[in-house]
Design a protein around this ligand. Structure first.
Ligand code: DQA
Length: 143
């Protein structure tokens, strides 16, 4: 099984950006944590992060025919992007939407998620462990 973990804008600044909201764990240590979890579970994983919406659409399209499941934190594009919604629908790959913070308890503009309609599950507010939960979910889902 092969999974692609896609992170959107500013996730590369984890550990630096708003640590009271996103914690002190760095992006690099997040990737190590996910890689260890995947190794233990016999899952191949690849990572992609971009601050650019179109680059994320390109990556989702690139997963077509190669990837069994996508874990995506679209970050701010969650709340604005029809293009990401359409891309996930287009490739038809089971995708889990994940947010480190509990977006349901934050600003009104974070209550909208365009991509959610195309996702098989959404995980919010479990910190970076949410990525591991998303992977565990996909492992069962694609069986
Ligand atoms: C986020 C929540 C989004 O609202 C925000 O724009 C982010 C991170 C999260 O992981 O909690 O950049 O997706």
């Amino acid at each position: 099984m092969k999974i692609c973990v896609i992170n959107g804008p500013n996730i590369n600044f984890l550990g630096i950006r708003e640590p009271d909201i996103y914690g002190r764990e760095t992006y690099k240590s997040l990737l190590e944590k996910i890689k260890n979890h995947c190794d233990k579970n016999g899952i191949d994983v690849e990572f992609f992060q971009s601050n650019h919406e179109g680059a994320m659409v390109d990556k989702i399209q690139d997963c077509y025919g190669k990837i069994d499941g996508i874990v995506m934190n679209p970050a701010a594009y969650t709340h604005t992007s029809v293009a990401l919604l359409d891309a996930v629908k287009a490739v038809g790959i089971p995708t889990v939407e994940i947010h480190i913070s509990d977006v349901s308890k934050r600003e009104d503009f974070r209550q909208v998620s365009f991509v959610r309609a195309a996702c098989v599950k959404t995980i919010v507010g479990h910190g970076t462990d949410g990525y591991l939960e998303a992977i565990d979910f996909l492992k069962e889902y694609v069986k």
